[in-house]
Design a protein around this ligand. Sequence first.
Ligand code: SF4
Length: 122
Amino acid sequence: MLSEIRAKAEAGKRLDRAEGLWLLSEAPLLDLGALAQESRFRLHPEKQVSFVIDSNPNYTNVCITDCQFCAFYRRPGDAEAWTLTVEQVLEKVESPPRVARPQCYSRAVTIPRCLSTITSLS
Ligand code: SF4
């Protein structure tokens, strides 16, 4: 399957659903990486790469969604719960970038009272 996919990619043809599913679920990771690298250099032959520094200036860790994988949140009223003021959030957002201009977004935590914080920042 990999050689057919590589041939299609080199010809600039779209992959079909079954090929996409195979890449997602069965392709050997190193082969998938090599294929991605080939596609990348076909589209952008320069050997220049840039990076984005992500920043998550969370304004609170209070949440009621209870995602099982999450170690970040605290339930309302928890001793370790915190919510920043608008000034504190702006200070986090405006702090100087360490290397490059960071991409900055805030995760929406599920708690109704945070809506006033969000709207006052926009
Ligand atoms: S919604 Fe976000 S903060 Fe809340 S429990 Fe899920 S991952 Fe954690």
